[in-house]
Design a protein around this ligand. Structure first.
Ligand SMILES: C[S@@+](CC[C@H](N)C(=O)[O-])C[C@H]1O[C@@H](n2cnc3c(N)ncnc32)[C@H](O)[C@@H]1O
Length: 305
């Protein structure tokens, strides 16, 4: 399996041998993802949607998200999907918003929002009360964001097109900030091998620099007592623990442990001669073999009151 990956991108394999070289890691990296979806409670109840889908699919609860389910087939072509009753979403990618705990009436910044999987999840937890700034920098990704917001009946999102670093000027403003950062997408390799083809270490270094600036801007914009969640669907420590370490070293940010029924892999506290703050141990690092999902990294950050 590892050799298959090496044929596509040898440098990628050399890098990930330093991150997780277990047989299980390579086995699950090459295994196709189980389809999963989230019920959009802005439009229907979990019970009604599951009852309706159960005549066509075998459905299993995602343990860490009440509205999340695995299915034995692709639900993307169903009428429920077209009507916005469900959103196709990878199971591990439901964790950032569950950890963010947005509530009705809050002001929330979703800094890197397109295509809107997490914006629509935030809106359903806010019960369409409050305000979400759903931002993305890329013009060609704004349309899909707007179309998903409309399909899901989200009424409280204001869509903006800015570089996320722009929001650093709104000091102490938002109750919640989500930074689902642009990343090297290694977790998505199980969905499509093309992510492997485009992976390069140079890109990892460049993304890491951008992610450090985005997290500092997001933290600045967060109210004292507020919660910021930083997440990526990749496993390189430069894009994960190192970014959180950068925030901790430059601010008063506190990392909070994520308490959910989900298996994780120990966060990396030392990599290529660099030692990170012990606080990064409270982050959630998910490798594909942990729960048979996409690889993911989630950090829950609190700004002291
Ligand atoms: C991982 S995707 C977000 C997925 C989305 N949160 C969801 O759940 O559907 C990262 C997004 O960040 C956007 N992005 C890249 N650079 C950015 C920047 N400097 N500021 C804001 N957004 C950025 C990309 O266009 C991309 O849509």
């Amino acid at each position: 399996m590892k050799s298959e990956f090496a044929c596509i991108n040898r440098k990628f394999v050399e890098r990930y041998e330093k991150i997780d070289d277990s047989e299980d890691f390579w086995k699950f990296m090459s295994k196709p993802l189980r389809p999963s979806f989230r019920v959009n409670t802005l439009k229907a109840s979990v019970e009604d949607v599951i009852c309706s889908l159960s005549d066509r699919f075998e459905i299993e609860q995602v343990p860490w998200c009440r509205e999340g389910f695995f299915a034995d087939g692709d639900v993307g072509g169903t009428i429920e999907h077209q009507l916005g009753l469900i959103f196709s979403q990878e199971a591990s990618s439901m964790i950032p918003v569950v950890s963010l705990e947005p509530k009705p009436g809050m002001l929330v910044l979703d800094m890197c929002a397109s295509p809107g999987g997490k914006t629509t999840q935030i809106a359903q937890y806010m019960e369409n009360v409050g305000c979400i700034i759903a931002n993305d920098v890329k013009y060609d990704r704004i349309n899909i964001l707007i179309s998903n917001i409309q399909r899901c009946g989200v009424l409280i999102a204001k869509v903006t097109m800015k570089d996320g670093r722009f929001f650093g000027r709104f000091r102490d403003r938002f109750d919640r900030v989500l930074i689902d950062a642009p990343c090297s997408n290694v977790g998505m390799v199980r969905k499509n091998y093309r992510y492997l083809k485009f992976w390069s270490l140079k890109e990892v270094y460049s993304l890491s620099r951008l992610q450090k600036e985005l997290i500092l801007a997001g933290y600045r914009a967060l109210k004292p007592g507020g919660v910021l969640v930083y997440s990526t669907c990749t496993l390189d420590p430069l894009e994960n623990e190192e970014v959180v370490d950068h925030l901790i070293s430059n601010t008063d940010a506190i990392v909070e442990k994520i308490d959910l029924p989900v298996k994780g892999t120990k966060p990396i506290t030392e990599f290529e001669g660099k030692r990170y703050s012990g606080e990064v141990k409270r982050c959630l690092r998910i490798h594909p073999q942990d729960n048979d999902t996409e690889g993911f990294f989630i950090a829950k950050i609190v700004k002291p009151s």
